[in-house]
Design a protein around this ligand. Sequence first.
Ligand code: ZN
Length: 290
Amino acid sequence: MKDYLVKATAFEGNIRAYSAVTTNTIEEARRRQDSWATTTAALGRTMTTTVLMGAMLKGKDTITVKIEGGGPIGAIVADSNAKGDVRGYVSNSHVDFELNESGKLDVRKAVGTNGFLSVVKDLGLREHFTGQVPIVSGEISEDFTYYFATSEQIPSAVGAGVLVNPDLSVLAAGGFIIQVMPGATDEVITKLEERIASFPPISKLIEEGHNPEQILFKLLGEENVKVLEELPVQFKCKCSKKRLEKAIISLGKDEITAMIEEDGGAEASCHFCNEVYNFSKEELEELLQR
Ligand code: ZN
């Protein structure tokens, strides 16, 4: 199945709903980061939720999510836009643990519970939105749920999941965000809570072949859902040699001189996609001039 997401409303517009299948996208991130199973789950849940949040944006707006819970994984960073492009990385991709008591990848242990989840939205015209909440769970989905309730004051249910094959490749990945609009009645909210409480793990549904529409139908009842739009989802990095030039320039004169004299050049790689860019001695000398 191709990766994509859908935007929908439900219960006469009282609910906004988003869901995505991101298996290929998370597999590409896994391959580029060379991440181990527990790390892949943490990164995949974060990237999936980030791309769903990206789908709430317009035009050239972008969103960056950073989760730093003090665990061995370090920071998880993901960014996305309104076009379904997403990328992400972790500080330490070689983190893995035994399965937890419920037989799942122990994401909480890898992420940690002592830190913050922060969201920065670049809304153009120099307008920025920044929200930050303490990490309450470390399992990622619950942390985003808390973020929406606290920072954006939108009661939401967030679910994101990743299944990893024994060879570490990604078997299934995806997620959903359900948001309650101000006009929703208690009856709708109660119905929603019941459905979410008994909902199977989303990664399992994706493994079984459910597409994003079917996930929302299962979650909200097909008769209640109105699908508005479909959007392709893909891993896409915006790095370039030009961007890394800026990063090298920001290191300062002494550092660049050392690269020229000691190494006769430099090799810089992108955190997100691990693409390597080589800078020759001559190129570094040129950067030094600037
Ligand atoms: Zn890159």
